[in-house]
Design a protein around this ligand. Structure first.
Ligand code: ATR
Length: 266
């Protein structure tokens, strides 16, 4: 019997996950089917229960349900899901297990696909919401030399930073005079055509400016490019987090480079 998986979110119509997982399945010869489920905003648990009752083997979870997915697991979560208090991968083979592959997906895209060294480097994360929360642990595990979390609402940056030893949380003004090796935009500002209010000079020629949003040139990436920084959107992170989820479910790690090239239209 073909094992069934899906991505659950709201909205979910434009998710690339079904296409990506179908490509992974074809490339690895795994017999899976992967669909999409648009759950009502107040009906996440019911939709997951129904999918499980129907024999579903696993789910990817996207906005706005990653925190709800973490709660759904009732403590049966991996350490990397616990670190961000959010789950993007649910595995139903033995009851339920929540995992989060976003952080490792980001780290792999930066270090393997882009060939950018993270070890010992100065890192800036902009934003302190779910997207930021999910990746801090993995960036520290990758050997970041220093990590600053900056956010419009300063208290949120400070609260997130306080959960990780040695991480500083602050507002954008407090970054004045610093330059970072890697600056990661984990805010949703780009979705409304805005950019975090960074002081001048934060992004330089030695900076990798990474936006977790994909498929568009955000004002943050445009500003970074004109400052001479190397820029990248979040498409590679999307593919890498999917590959890690596939590995969690199937024990087989799909190749990602060709697929990423295909998605970029190359
Ligand atoms: P997500 O799960 O995508 O992180 P979220 O939890 O709603 O979504 O968080 C959105 C993040 O983007 C927050 O850090 C938010 O800043 P505030 O905490 O100050 O609200 C940030 N954000 C959204 N729009 C922004 C903008 N125009 N400028 C700067 N930061 C913005």
């Amino acid at each position: 019997m073909t094992d069934r998986y899906a991505v659950i979110g709201n909205p979910v119509a434009h998710s690339k996950s079904p296409w990506i997982h179908a490509e992974f399945a074809r490339a690895t010869g795994e017999d899976i089917e992967y669909g999409r489920i648009e759950a009502p905003r107040d009906g996440f648990a019911g939709a997951v229960d129904a999918f499980r009752r129907g024999g579903g083997k696993g789910l990817n979870v996207t906005l706005p349900f990653k925190e709800a997915a973490f709660r759904y697991c009732g403590g049966r979560v991996t350490q990397r899901a616990a670190a961000g208090q959010a789950a993007n991968t649910l595995d139903f083979r033995t009851e339920v297990q929540g995992d989060n592959t976003d952080g490792v997906g980001l780290v792999r895209d930066i270090s393997e696909n882009l060939g950018w060294v993270l070890q010992g480097k100065s890192l800036l994360i902009m934003g302190a919401g779910g997207a930021a929360q999910a990746v801090v642990g993995a960036l520290l595990d990758a050997g970041a030399g220093s990590l600053v979390i900056a956010n419009r609402t300063v208290a949120k940056a400070q609260a997130l930073a306080a959960r990780f030893p040695g991480v500083l949380g602050c507002g954008y003004d407090a970054l004045e005079g610093r330059v970072f090796d890697v600056a990661i935009n984990a805010t949703s500002a780009g979705l409304s055509g805005e950019a975090p209010a960074l002081p001048e000079g934060i992004l330089g020629k030695r900076t990798l400016a990474y936006d977790m949003v994909y498929g568009r040139e955000t004002p943050f990436l445009a500003a970074a490019r004109s400052a001479g920084a190397r820029t990248c959107d979040g498409l590679g992170m999307l593919v890498e987090q999917a590959a890690e989820s596939f590995f969690v479910w199937r024990g087989v790690r799909p190749e990602t480079r060709l697929l990423l090239r295909k998605l970029r239209g190359g």
